[in-house]
Design a protein around this ligand. Structure first.
Ligand code: HEM
Length: 538
């Protein structure tokens, strides 16, 4: 019987396909009929009227009318590039992922983004940046969908619509486009104090990167790695830029927002075209996979917490080089669809409740954004591993599937044309024990500490970085209309550090409140400061 393989695409076979849409020397309709004129509608005489029967006119305008697809609901503004990831082999002991074996080279596509602005917004606004990487591994695509900050605003995905509603422009005025300078943002983060950690990263120089090339990237969540022997560890992913971590000053960011809103996009494109290929090292922090899923008292399932590098070193496992710009922004940067569930054997998820909700959200939104369930057939999303699925039909189906029995086992298409259980390359869900506990809508108590790591971050900053943070809070809060919101945020600042709180309060012309929780005694972490933070080159 015929195997139920997906028909190879033209790009794979080298044959011309409709996908490139530009074969032949003549201008044609979409159906290939040669055109003699594309500049005039068909009219009843030169003075009209225009005739409804003009298929070329209707096709040209109808297609144009439908050119735009919805922008991403978040991370709408982005820039992408192709590259190569080369593994050092240093992760082989902890993961069986083939692409991490020594010397393996894997093609990648990376999309950097801002989070809150719309597709046409400026690059240099104060915001978190997305850092999403698609590794086209021969064991299936691995998407590492991270940010340039190692923590997130919320601890549970059920709050994601809420934080984004608060961060997006006000519903009445549709301003501001992409800054945190508004009431709803500060209302949210002062009411949901777990957001204070991510917020101080935004108020620091990390919120205004100089270039995508000088940003760190973080997988944020803790992942579970599994090796050949089935042994597991917990791990966090880090990208370290070879050029070091650098930011704009706030004044530069504001000027560039007006003078060159495409500053980061242009910088990435120009650097690659000039042969100055951006590079990052991928590293992992590795933790024992204990039943508590904690390390040094830090809950590894809490996405508002980091593990300081002094406690768990970031161990380099490979190098990324971006060496090719997209040739068509829409086809590549706009249509690319990342998903945390795209995991190769050797990398698995944990029960981080934010991660678990993300596993649902991305496909769900892409069904709308990319017009149905077949977006993995879009060239940029096609796996480089062979695909042999039993998914059929649906809008925008491009494959012409062979065979009559898209189910298994079957007795019509050769029984089991796709053998299951290929032990070497198959994905295995790690059989983690699930807690025997009553169903609850609650967080573990270990998620309740909202301030100690914010204080750690603040105390780790150099004097100039502290000055920038004070000015950022003062500027952004100064834009709020509601005094009660400013006062509530000052209360959070008091719980982080009295100096920070006093300075911002002075800038706002408001009294500085006393802390309502005891200030935690923390040792500053030099690795959190950007000052002198160069990444050693090879
Ligand atoms: C898009 C990162 C949390 C929903 C993105 C993108 C990145 C990202 C980098 C842009 C992908 C691209 O370039 O196409 C993160 C990180 C998170 C996080 C690091 C937390 C650690 C969440 C949560 C949800 C969510 C909790 C929902 C429950 C989405 C959606 C998109 C998106 C719907 C748009 C995807 C698309 O249209 O293709 N996220 N995100 N994210 N994220 Fe997240």
């Amino acid at each position: 019987g015929a195997p139920q393989t997906r028909t190879p695409t033209g790009a794979e076979t080298g044959a011309p396909t409709i996908a490139n849409g530009q074969q032949g020397a003549y201008l044609t309709t979409a159906n290939g009929a040669r055109l003699r004129d594309t500049d005039h509608s068909l009219k009843a005489g030169p003075r009209g009227p225009v005739l409804l029967q003009d298929h070329h006119l209707r096709e040209k305008i109808t297609h144009f009318d439908h050119e735009r697809i919805p922008e991403r609901v978040v991370h709408a503004r982005g820039a992408g590039a192709h590259g190569v990831f080369t593994a050092y082999g240093t992760a082989e002991a902890v993961t069986r992922a083939g692409f991490l074996k020594k010397g393996r080279e894997t093609e990648v596509f990376v999309r950097f983004s801002t989070v809150l602005g719309s597709r046409g917004s400026a690059d240099t606004v104060r915001d978190t940046r997305g850092f999403a990487t698609k590794f086209y591994t021969d064991e299936g695509t691995f998407d590492l969908v991270g940010n340039n900050m190692p923590v997130f605003f919320i601890q549970d995905a059920i709050k994601f619509p809420d934080i984004i509603h608060a961060g997006k422009p006000h519903p009445d005025r549709e301003i501001p486009q992409a800054q945190s300078a508004h009431d709803t943002f500060w209302d949210f983060v002062s009411l949901h104090t777990e957001a204070q950690h991510h917020t101080i990263w935004n108020m620091s120089d990390r919120g205004i990167p100089r270039s995508y090339r000088t940003m760190e990237g973080f997988g944020v969540h803790t992942f579970r790695l599994v090796n050949e022997a089935g042994e597991t560890v917990l791990a966090k992913f880090h990208w370290k830029p070879k050029l070091g971590v650098h930011s704009l000053t706030w004044e530069e960011a504001q000027l560039l927002g007006g003078m060159d809103p495409d500053f980061h996009r242009r910088d990435l494109y120009d650097a690659i075209e000039a042969g100055a290929y951006p590079e990052w090292e991928l590293g992992i922090q590795v933790f024992p996979d204990t039943p508590e899923e904690t390390f040094a008292g830090i809950d590894l399932l809490d996405p508002t917490k980091i593990v300081p590098e002094e406690l768990a070193e970031v161990q380099p496992i490979g190098k990324l080089v971006l060496n090719r710009t997209p040739t068509n922004f829409f086809a590549e940067t706009e249509q690319v669809a990342f998903h945390l569930g795209h995991l190769p054997p050797g990398i698995d998820v944990t029960n981080d409740p934010l991660l678990q909700g993300r596993l649902f959200s991305y496909v769900d939104t892409q069904l709308t954004r990319l017009g149905g369930p077949n977006f993995t057939q879009i060239p940029i999303n096609r796996p480089h591993a062979a695909v042999n699925d039993m998914l059929r039909d649906g809008f925008h189906q491009h494959a012409v599937h062979a065979g009559v029995a898209p189910y298994r086992p079957n007795s019509l298409d050769g029984g089991n044309p796709f053998p299951a259980g290929d032990a070497e390359h198959a994905f295995v869900d790690v059989p983690v024990t699930v807690a025997q506990a009553p169903k609850v809508r609650a967080n573990p108590a270990s998620f309740d500490d909202h301030y100690s790591q914010v204080r750690l971050f603040w105390l780790s900053m150099s004097p100039v970085e502290k000055e920038h943070i004070i000015r950022a809070y003062t500027f952004e809060l100064g834009k709020c209309y509601h005094q009660a919101i400013k006062e509530r945020q000052l209360q959070s600042l008091a719980n982080i550090d009295p100096v920070l709180c006093e300075q911002v309060a002075t800038g706002l012309g408001l009294p500085a409140p006393q802390p309502t929780t005891p200030l935690v005694d923390v040792t500053p972490s030099p690795a959190l400061s950007q000052v002198g933070r160069e990444w050693p080159s090879d």
